[in-house]
Design a protein around this ligand. Structure first.
Ligand SMILES: C[S@@+](CC[C@H](N)C(=O)[O-])C[C@H]1O[C@@H](n2cnc3c(N)ncnc32)[C@H](O)[C@@H]1O
Length: 243
Protein backbone atom coordinates (compact mmCIF):
# COMPACT_ATOMS: atom_id res chain seq x y z
CA UNK A 1 0.00 0.00 0.00
CA UNK A 2 1.41 3.42 -0.93
CA UNK A 3 0.83 6.23 1.49
CA UNK A 4 2.42 9.61 1.58
CA UNK A 5 2.78 12.85 3.47
CA UNK A 6 5.58 14.28 1.38
CA UNK A 7 7.09 17.70 1.76
CA UNK A 8 6.02 20.25 -0.84
CA UNK A 9 7.91 23.31 -2.09
CA UNK A 10 6.67 25.32 0.88
CA UNK A 11 8.27 22.85 3.34
CA UNK A 12 11.44 22.53 1.27
CA UNK A 13 11.94 26.29 1.24
CA UNK A 14 12.13 26.48 5.05
CA UNK A 15 13.45 23.00 5.84
CA UNK A 16 17.05 23.92 6.65
CA UNK A 17 15.98 26.85 8.85
CA UNK A 18 13.37 24.74 10.59
CA UNK A 19 15.73 21.85 11.34
CA UNK A 20 18.27 24.32 12.65
CA UNK A 21 15.67 25.83 15.03
CA UNK A 22 14.77 22.29 16.19
CA UNK A 23 18.42 21.51 17.02
CA UNK A 24 18.68 18.94 14.25
CA UNK A 25 21.68 20.50 12.57
CA UNK A 26 23.72 20.56 15.79
CA UNK A 27 23.33 16.82 16.28
CA UNK A 28 24.23 15.74 12.73
CA UNK A 29 27.80 14.86 13.65
CA UNK A 30 26.67 12.46 16.39
CA UNK A 31 24.07 10.94 14.07
CA UNK A 32 26.63 10.43 11.33
CA UNK A 33 29.15 8.81 13.70
CA UNK A 34 26.43 6.46 14.94
CA UNK A 35 25.38 5.49 11.42
CA UNK A 36 28.97 5.23 10.21
CA UNK A 37 29.68 2.56 12.86
CA UNK A 38 26.67 0.50 11.75
CA UNK A 39 27.35 0.94 8.04
CA UNK A 40 30.67 -0.91 8.30
CA UNK A 41 31.72 1.59 5.63
CA UNK A 42 29.67 -0.35 3.11
CA UNK A 43 26.54 0.72 1.26
CA UNK A 44 23.72 2.63 2.95
CA UNK A 45 20.16 3.51 1.96
CA UNK A 46 18.25 6.39 3.58
CA UNK A 47 14.45 6.21 3.58
CA UNK A 48 13.07 9.74 3.21
CA UNK A 49 16.48 11.24 2.44
CA UNK A 50 15.11 14.78 2.12
CA UNK A 51 17.75 17.43 1.53
CA UNK A 52 20.59 15.15 2.63
CA UNK A 53 21.04 16.63 6.12
CA UNK A 54 22.45 13.26 7.27
CA UNK A 55 23.12 11.44 3.98
CA UNK A 56 25.61 13.97 2.61
CA UNK A 57 27.96 14.08 5.63
CA UNK A 58 27.71 10.28 5.91
CA UNK A 59 28.79 9.94 2.28
CA UNK A 60 31.68 12.31 2.98
CA UNK A 61 33.03 9.71 5.44
CA UNK A 62 33.38 7.17 2.62
CA UNK A 63 30.06 5.33 2.91
CA UNK A 64 28.22 4.86 -0.41
CA UNK A 65 24.87 6.45 0.39
CA UNK A 66 21.68 6.25 -1.67
CA UNK A 67 18.32 7.77 -0.82
CA UNK A 68 14.62 7.56 -1.60
CA UNK A 69 12.18 10.43 -1.25
CA UNK A 70 8.74 11.11 -2.69
CA UNK A 71 9.23 14.87 -2.79
CA UNK A 72 10.81 16.41 -5.88
CA UNK A 73 11.25 19.65 -3.94
CA UNK A 74 13.31 17.90 -1.25
CA UNK A 75 15.29 15.94 -3.85
CA UNK A 76 16.11 19.26 -5.56
CA UNK A 77 17.46 20.51 -2.24
CA UNK A 78 19.65 17.40 -2.00
CA UNK A 79 20.94 17.82 -5.56
CA UNK A 80 21.82 21.44 -4.76
CA UNK A 81 23.71 20.41 -1.62
CA UNK A 82 25.80 17.62 -3.18
CA UNK A 83 26.05 15.11 -6.00
CA UNK A 84 27.53 12.48 -3.70
CA UNK A 85 24.22 10.76 -2.82
CA UNK A 86 22.41 8.82 -5.54
CA UNK A 87 18.70 9.40 -5.06
CA UNK A 88 15.40 8.70 -6.72
CA UNK A 89 11.75 9.55 -6.34
CA UNK A 90 9.99 6.61 -4.71
CA UNK A 91 7.72 5.63 -1.85
CA UNK A 92 9.42 4.24 1.25
CA UNK A 93 6.27 2.23 1.98
CA UNK A 94 6.69 0.12 -1.14
CA UNK A 95 10.11 -0.03 -2.69
CA UNK A 96 12.03 -2.99 -3.93
CA UNK A 97 15.73 -3.06 -4.74
CA UNK A 98 18.06 -5.62 -6.22
CA UNK A 99 20.90 -3.99 -4.31
CA UNK A 100 21.60 -5.13 -0.71
CA UNK A 101 22.80 -2.67 1.95
CA UNK A 102 24.84 -2.96 5.12
CA UNK A 103 22.74 -0.10 6.53
CA UNK A 104 19.18 1.03 5.87
CA UNK A 105 18.07 3.98 7.98
CA UNK A 106 15.04 6.20 8.49
CA UNK A 107 15.57 9.18 10.81
CA UNK A 108 13.85 12.25 12.23
CA UNK A 109 10.40 10.64 12.64
CA UNK A 110 10.09 9.98 8.91
CA UNK A 111 8.82 6.46 9.60
CA UNK A 112 5.74 7.91 11.36
CA UNK A 113 4.93 9.97 8.27
CA UNK A 114 3.56 6.68 6.92
CA UNK A 115 0.23 7.21 8.56
CA UNK A 116 -1.31 3.74 8.38
CA UNK A 117 -0.18 0.58 10.12
CA UNK A 118 -0.15 -1.24 6.75
CA UNK A 119 2.18 1.32 5.17
CA UNK A 120 4.51 1.13 8.19
CA UNK A 121 4.58 -2.66 7.94
CA UNK A 122 5.23 -2.50 4.19
CA UNK A 123 8.11 -0.13 4.81
CA UNK A 124 9.66 -2.45 7.39
CA UNK A 125 9.23 -5.41 5.03
CA UNK A 126 10.91 -3.57 2.13
CA UNK A 127 13.71 -2.40 4.43
CA UNK A 128 14.30 -5.92 5.78
CA UNK A 129 14.56 -7.26 2.23
CA UNK A 130 17.06 -4.57 1.30
CA UNK A 131 19.48 -5.53 4.13
CA UNK A 132 22.43 -7.78 3.51
CA UNK A 133 22.85 -10.76 5.86
CA UNK A 134 24.61 -8.76 8.60
CA UNK A 135 22.86 -5.48 7.77
CA UNK A 136 21.41 -2.97 10.26
CA UNK A 137 18.12 -1.13 10.06
CA UNK A 138 18.09 2.08 12.12
CA UNK A 139 14.87 3.92 12.95
CA UNK A 140 14.74 7.16 14.90
CA UNK A 141 11.30 8.17 16.16
CA UNK A 142 9.77 10.20 18.96
CA UNK A 143 8.20 8.54 21.97
CA UNK A 144 4.51 9.49 21.56
CA UNK A 145 3.56 12.44 23.75
CA UNK A 146 -0.14 13.01 24.11
CA UNK A 147 0.15 15.51 26.99
CA UNK A 148 -1.87 18.68 26.61
CA UNK A 149 -4.55 17.47 24.19
CA UNK A 150 -8.02 18.69 25.16
CA UNK A 151 -10.93 17.14 23.26
CA UNK A 152 -8.35 15.81 20.80
CA UNK A 153 -6.82 19.21 20.08
CA UNK A 154 -3.68 21.01 21.13
CA UNK A 155 -1.95 24.27 20.22
CA UNK A 156 1.63 24.90 21.26
CA UNK A 157 4.38 27.41 20.71
CA UNK A 158 7.51 26.15 18.99
CA UNK A 159 9.44 29.42 18.83
CA UNK A 160 8.92 33.05 19.75
CA UNK A 161 11.63 35.58 18.99
CA UNK A 162 11.73 39.09 17.58
CA UNK A 163 11.61 37.73 14.01
CA UNK A 164 9.51 34.57 14.18
CA UNK A 165 6.40 33.16 15.79
CA UNK A 166 6.02 29.45 15.15
CA UNK A 167 2.88 27.74 16.42
CA UNK A 168 1.72 24.17 16.07
CA UNK A 169 -1.97 23.18 15.96
CA UNK A 170 -2.62 19.45 16.28
CA UNK A 171 -5.61 17.12 16.08
CA UNK A 172 -5.41 13.66 17.60
CA UNK A 173 -7.29 10.62 16.28
CA UNK A 174 -6.78 7.94 18.93
CA UNK A 175 -8.42 5.20 16.85
CA UNK A 176 -5.92 5.53 14.02
CA UNK A 177 -3.04 6.70 16.25
CA UNK A 178 -2.87 9.67 13.90
CA UNK A 179 -1.92 13.27 14.59
CA UNK A 180 -2.72 15.76 11.85
CA UNK A 181 -1.04 19.08 12.43
CA UNK A 182 -0.39 22.45 10.92
CA UNK A 183 2.67 24.52 11.65
CA UNK A 184 1.95 28.23 11.42
CA UNK A 185 5.12 30.24 10.85
CA UNK A 186 4.70 34.00 11.09
CA UNK A 187 7.73 35.95 9.97
CA UNK A 188 7.69 39.67 9.15
CA UNK A 189 4.47 40.19 7.24
CA UNK A 190 4.26 36.64 5.88
CA UNK A 191 2.66 33.50 7.27
CA UNK A 192 3.36 29.97 6.08
CA UNK A 193 1.06 27.07 6.68
CA UNK A 194 2.96 23.78 6.80
CA UNK A 195 0.91 20.58 7.07
CA UNK A 196 2.00 17.34 8.74
CA UNK A 197 0.40 13.95 9.29
CA UNK A 198 1.79 11.07 11.32
CA UNK A 199 0.86 7.74 12.83
CA UNK A 200 2.66 7.51 16.18
CA UNK A 201 3.96 4.15 17.41
CA UNK A 202 5.29 3.09 20.78
CA UNK A 203 8.58 1.22 20.76
CA UNK A 204 6.91 -2.08 21.70
CA UNK A 205 4.60 -1.89 18.70
CA UNK A 206 7.56 -1.09 16.48
CA UNK A 207 9.40 -4.15 17.82
CA UNK A 208 6.35 -6.33 17.15
CA UNK A 209 6.00 -5.01 13.59
CA UNK A 210 9.72 -5.57 13.02
CA UNK A 211 9.48 -9.13 14.35
CA UNK A 212 6.56 -9.76 12.00
CA UNK A 213 8.83 -9.06 9.00
CA UNK A 214 11.73 -11.13 10.34
CA UNK A 215 13.75 -8.49 12.22
CA UNK A 216 14.98 -8.48 15.78
CA UNK A 217 15.87 -5.57 18.05
CA UNK A 218 19.65 -5.36 18.51
CA UNK A 219 20.15 -1.94 20.17
CA UNK A 220 18.04 0.93 21.50
CA UNK A 221 19.30 4.36 22.57
CA UNK A 222 17.69 7.64 23.56
CA UNK A 223 19.91 9.81 21.37
CA UNK A 224 22.71 9.69 18.81
CA UNK A 225 25.34 10.10 21.52
CA UNK A 226 24.37 6.71 22.98
CA UNK A 227 22.35 7.83 26.03
CA UNK A 228 20.46 5.01 27.74
CA UNK A 229 16.81 4.67 26.71
CA UNK A 230 14.55 5.12 29.73
CA UNK A 231 11.00 6.07 30.69
CA UNK A 232 11.94 9.75 30.44
CA UNK A 233 13.37 9.47 26.91
CA UNK A 234 11.66 11.67 24.36
CA UNK A 235 12.69 9.57 21.39
CA UNK A 236 14.49 6.34 20.58
CA UNK A 237 16.99 5.17 18.06
CA UNK A 238 16.37 1.51 17.43
CA UNK A 239 18.62 -0.88 15.55
CA UNK A 240 17.19 -4.07 14.03
CA UNK A 241 18.89 -7.02 12.36
CA UNK A 242 17.58 -10.03 10.53
CA UNK A 243 16.60 -12.86 12.83
C1 LIG B 1 11.25 14.84 8.36
S1 LIG B 1 11.86 14.82 6.74
C2 LIG B 1 13.44 14.08 6.98
C3 LIG B 1 14.42 14.36 5.89
C4 LIG B 1 15.83 13.83 6.16
N1 LIG B 1 15.80 12.41 6.37
C5 LIG B 1 16.42 14.49 7.39
O1 LIG B 1 16.64 13.81 8.37
O2 LIG B 1 16.61 15.70 7.38
C6 LIG B 1 10.92 13.53 6.01
C7 LIG B 1 11.19 13.27 4.54
O3 LIG B 1 10.53 12.06 4.17
C8 LIG B 1 9.86 12.26 2.93
N2 LIG B 1 8.72 11.31 2.87
C9 LIG B 1 7.62 11.30 3.65
N3 LIG B 1 6.83 10.26 3.33
C10 LIG B 1 7.45 9.60 2.32
C11 LIG B 1 7.14 8.45 1.55
N4 LIG B 1 6.02 7.76 1.76
N5 LIG B 1 8.02 8.03 0.62
C12 LIG B 1 9.17 8.72 0.39
N6 LIG B 1 9.51 9.83 1.08
C13 LIG B 1 8.66 10.26 2.03
C14 LIG B 1 9.46 13.71 2.92
O4 LIG B 1 9.24 14.19 1.60
C15 LIG B 1 10.67 14.35 3.60
O5 LIG B 1 11.67 14.69 2.67
Amino acid sequence: MCNEMVYDENWASVYDRYTSIRGRIDEVEDAVSFLYRLSKVGRALELGVGGGRVAVPLSERGVIVEGIDKSDSMLKLLAKRSGSVKSWNGDIACFSKQQRYSLVYCVYNTFTMLFTREAQLDCLRSAAEALDDEGNLVIEIAVPNLDGFVHGQKTSTILLDHENTILMAEIHDSIKQNIVSTLLWFSGTSVRRLPHHIRYVYHQELDTMAEYVGLKLAERWEDWAGGAFSESSKRHISVYRRR
